[in-house]
Design a protein around this ligand. Structure first.
Ligand SMILES: *Cc1c(COP(=O)(O)O)cnc(C)c1O
Length: 392
C-alpha cells in the first residue's frame, strides 16, 4: 500500500500496510486466501511466454506474495522466501550457500535441531561443521579456512542467551568472502535489523512471535541483494511452499506483532527483574538486564528484547524443580514459544555444548512471558519458588 516517492513509514505502520492492495482485494481489508496449483494461461503464447504474474502454485500465489512482501519491508532485504517450518528455513538458507567440500562455522549456542542438521545431514552431504564460542567476535577470522563458505550466528544463544558481536563477525567473514547466516527468531526483524548489521541471509521461525498464537508452523528467510539469487534458486529447487491457511495466519499475526512484542518485552523485563530479587534464583539470563554479560552489545545492536529468557536456580535436586514447575497455574510446560501464553521448561544445556563451557549455579529453567497480567504471573512464580525452597 506504500505510495512511491513519499517518506518511508515507521515499522508499526509497515506492519499494518504490508502486503495489502485495497484495489486488488476489491476493497476488502485482508488479502484473499488463494488455494491453487494450476494457473491457467489464455493462449499458448501466454503459456510459453510466461506472461502472467503467476505460473504455478508452488512458485508463488497472491497469498504468499502478500506475506513475503510485508516481511521484505520489515526485514529491509531484497527477497523473502517462506518455508514450512523455522528449522526448514535454517536448512534452506544453509543449502543456498553450502555444497560438498565446504566448511561451515557454527555458533556453539545454536538451537539444538540446527546442530542436529549439521551433524547428520550436512555431514552426509560432505559439509564439515566447526563449532565456535559465542564470544568469538572478530577472532572468527582465525577459524576461517579457504573452504569456509558460511558463518552461522544466533543471538542471543538458544537456552543460554549469550549475545554475539555480529558486526565484528560479519566484518571478518566478508573480508574473506564468507556468507553470514543468522537465526533471528528471538529478536525478530523488529528488534534486530539483521541486514544492517552485516547478515546476508536471515532466518526466523515464524512459528514463534510472527504467528504469535501457538497455532502455526512456518519459517522465513530474508536475503540481501548479493544472496537473493542463491536463496531463490535453492528454495525453488527444493520445492518448498507453505499452505495458504498458514500463510494467512502469519499475515494476521504480523499485524499485531509490534504491539505484542512491545507488551511482552515490558512484561518479560518486569518478571525478570522480580526474579533477580529472589533468593532462590542465582542468576537471570536476559540480555536487557543491566548486569547481563551481553548487555552492552545488546544495547548497541538491538532495539528491543523479546520475552524469552532463563533463570539459574540455587542448587537443588530434580524433585524440587518439578515441585516448582508442576504446580504452576499460568505457565504451561511445553516447547516452542512466542505465543500469547506463558511457558516454562527445565533444561540442561551442558550436554549440547562442544566448543564452550556452560556451568550454571544450579538447575536451569527457560521462561516465556505471554500476555497474561504480570501481577498474576509473578504470584504464580512466587508460589512456585516457595515450593522449590520447601523441597530443598
Ligand atoms: C523454534 C526455533 C526454530 C525452529 O522453528 P520450527 O518452526 O519449530 O521449526 C529455529 N530456531 C530457533 C531459535 C527456534 O527457537
Amino acid at each position: 500500500m506504500e505510495r512511491d516517492g513519499e517518506r518511508p513509514f515507521g515499522p508499526l505502520t509497515d506492519l499494518v500496510l504490508g502486503g495489502r492492495s485495497v484495489v486488488e482485494q476489491h476493497g476488502f481489508v485482508n488479502p484473499p486466501i488463494v488455494r491453487g496449483s494450476t494457473v491457467l494461461s489464455p493462449t499458448v503464447a501466454d503459456l510459453e511466454g510466461r506472461t502472467g504474474r503467476y505460473a504455478y502454485g508452488r512458485r508463488g500465489t497472491p497469498t504468499s506474495d502478500a506475506l513475503a512482501d510485508a516481511l521484505k519491508t520489515l526485514e529491509g532485504g531484497a527477497h523473502v522466501a517462506l518455508t514450512p517450518s523455522g528449522l526448514n528455513a535454517v536448512a534452506t538458507a544453509l543449502l543456498a550457500v553450502l555444497g560438498a567440500g565446504d566448511h561451515l562455522l557454527m555458533v556453539d549456542t545454536v538451537y539444538q535441531p540446527t546442530r542436529h542438521l549439521c551433524d547428520l545431514t550436512l555431514k552426509r552431504l560432505g559439509i564439515e561443521t566447526t563449532y565456535y564460542e559465542p564470544s568469538v567476535g572478530a577472532q572468527i577470522a582465525d577459524l576461517i579456512r579457504p573452504e569456509t563458505k558460511a558463518v552461522f550466528v544466533e543471538s542471543p544463544g538458544s537456552l543460554t542467551f549469550e549475545i554475539q558481536d555480529i558486526p565484528a563477525i560479519a566484518g571478518a567473514a566478508h573480508a574473506r568472502g564468507v556468507a553470514v547466516v543468522m537465526d533471528n527468531t528471538w529478536a525478530t526483524p523488529l528488534f534486530f535489523k539483521a541486514h544492517d548489521q552485516g547478515v546476508d541471509l536471515s532466518v526466523t521461525a515464524g512459528t514463534k512471535y510472527l504467528g504469535g498464537h501457538a497455532d502455526l508452523l512456518l519459517g522465513t528467510i530474508s536475503a540481501n541483494e548479493a544472496y537473493a539469487p542463491a536463496l531463490i534458486a535453492a528454495h525453488g529447487a527444493l520445492g518448498l511452499c507453505v499452505g495458504p491457511d498458514d500463510m494467512f495466519l502469519a499475515l494476521r499475526g504480523l499485524r499485531t506483532l509490534g504491539v505484542r512484542l512491545a507488551h511482552q518485552q515490558d512484561a518479560g523485563l518486569r518478571v525478570a527483574r522480580w526474579l533477580e530479587s529472589r533468593s532462590e534464583v542465582a542468576r537471570v539470563l536476559h540480555p536487557a538486564l543491566e548486569n547481563d554479560p551481553g548487555h552492552a552489545l545488546w544495547r548497541r545492536d538491538f532495539t528491543g528484547a523479546s520475552s524469552l529468557f532463563a533463570i539459574e536456580l540455587k542448587p537443588g535436586p530434580k524433585g524440587a524443580v518439578a515441585a516448582f514447575l508442576d504446580g504452576l497455574r499460568l505457565f504451561g510446560l511445553g516447547y516452542s514459544w512466542g505465543g500469547f501464553e506463558s511457558l516454562a521448561i527445565p533444561y540442561d544445556a551442558r550436554p549440547i555444548r562442544t566448543a564452550s563451557r556452560w556451568a550454571p549455579a544450579g538447575p536451569t529453567v527457560r521462561i516465556h512471558v505471554g500476555l497474561e497480567e504480570v501481577g498474576d504471573l509473578i504470584a504464580d512464580l512466587d508460589a512456585g519458588l516457595a515450593r522449590y525452597a520447601a523441597a530443598l
